[in-house]
Design a protein around this ligand. Structure first.
Ligand code: ATP
Length: 374
């Protein structure tokens, strides 16, 4: 049965040559039973260390880990009902694919008939039925990756830990396997924790995303919340491709109304930003929400590089004061490098971040206040 996972102020320090480095800094999380949670973040932010503590391969320096009601902090890996698939594929070279997938079941004494049933079911979902009697050396990297996943899935673990299991695959295989892993998750009663530095994987596969930053949780929410209601500038710029445009602006008093100004942009914001009058803030706007025909808040962008994507194009450009701005829109297909274009956005689509990087308000809060702004 899938288990919930609870981390209570879990900390992991590594000491190398007398210097202590905090890899995971007092993380607290509650991961619901049966959910698919992704740990995402830049290299070195503590994803693998967190996963290894869940597996029992690292012991926390402080804090406790619970699976359901059980405190597993001091339990070795074999005493936790956990399967883990690492980035580097670990198949037994002298065993067939069938034996590799079924090995975990065999050492747990599952009879051959039952074993074969589970192996064949996993092979069907992972589309490696034709490979079952082959040896690992006869498989492509992508097929080997599927075998490793199959071996983990057939054991029906309460908790399945996956550490960048698709990092070596090409884009097409990755997108296929993304769907297959989700399908397997729907069929199994297991809690999945998945580590990736690829935010597209995090956003498309999981029901919850933990975005880490230097050992801290920057935000733990469903993907849509991370995308639409980022708690900080860091979250807004990490989640979404291309990154959220970040425009430094000042909060001025325009005839008694607090107004965010900069780069030729003027956004009357009303009382929400009264406390920030005279300060610098950052206006965040996603490239997908900018277009020549959108919105009543408008400014000029000089195009530098244009990337056609088929159904839309990406313009990489600069504002009048040289800040980088990306625009993603079907309306910019004909733009050439050097062109000046006026783009606009609706205030409900922007975010305002304070000088400390935390979100002051979301555009829809501003829009709700719009009627009060002259
Ligand atoms: P990546 O995406 O590059 O795999 P990550 O987010 O998984 O990164 P971790 O591998 O968890 O990051 O590492 C977090 C920090 O802890 C890094 O600064 C790393 O150098 C350090 N670290 C990890 N394992 C050890 C170790 N065994 N000894 C010393 N430092 C370590």
């Amino acid at each position: 049965m899938a288990q919930s996972i609870r981390l209570d102020t879990v900390r992991k320090e590594f000491t190398t040559l007398g210097k202590t480095h905090v890899a995971v800094d007092d993380i607290s999380l509650e991961i619901p039973a049966g959910s698919f949670t992704t740990l995402v973040g830049p290299s070195g932010c503590g994803k693998t260390t967190t996963l290894r503590m869940l597996a029992g391969l690292e012991t926390p320096t402080a804090g406790r880990i619970h699976f359901g009601d059980d405190d597993v902090t001091d339990l070795p890996p074999q005493k936790r009902n956990v399967s883990m698939v690492f980035q580097s594929i670990a198949l037994y070279p002298h065993m067939s694919v069938r034996e590799n997938i079924g090995y975990g079941l065999k050492i747990h004494g599952v009879p051959k008939g039952k074993r074969d049933e589970k192996i064949e079911e996993a092979a069907r979902v992972l589309q490696i039925e034709e490979q079952l009697e082959k040896m690992p050396a006869e498989l492509s990297g992508g097929q080997q990756q599927r075998v490793a996943l199959g071996g983990a899935f057939v054991q029906d673990p309460e908790v399945l830990l996956l550490d960048e299991p698709m990092s070596d695959l090409d884009a097409k295989l990755k997108s296929e396997l993304r769907v297959e892993i989700q399908r397997l998750h729907q069929e199994l009663d297991t809690t999945i924790v998945y580590v990736t530095h690829d935010q597209t994987e995090a956003m498309t596969m999981s029901d919850r995303v933990v975005l880490l930053r230097e050992g801290h949780v920057a935000q733990f929410d469903p993907p849509r919340t991370l995308f639409h209601r980022p708690q900080s500038e860091y979250v807004a710029s990490f989640i979404g491709t291309p990154s959220t445009n970040l425009l430094r602006c000042s909060v001025t008093d325009a005839d008694g109304t607090a107004t965010v100004e900069g780069h030729g942009i003027r956004v009357p914001v009303g009382s929400q930003l009264d406390a920030h009058l005279g300060n610098t803030v950052t206006l965040g706007i996603r490239p997908q929400y900018l277009s020549p025909s959108a919105g009543d808040i408008r400014f000029t962008v000089t195009a530098e590089v244009v990337e056609p994507l088929g159904t839309e194009s990406v313009v990489h450009g600069k504002t009048t004061d040289g800040t980088r701005v990306d625009v993603v829109s079907p309306e910019v297909d004909d733009v050439q490098p050097g062109d000046e274009l006026t783009v606009g956005f609706d205030r409900e689509d922007c975010y305002i971040f304070g000088a400390d990087g935390e979100t002051i308000c979301f555009g829809d809060d501003l829009a709700a206040n719009q009627t009060q702004v002259p």
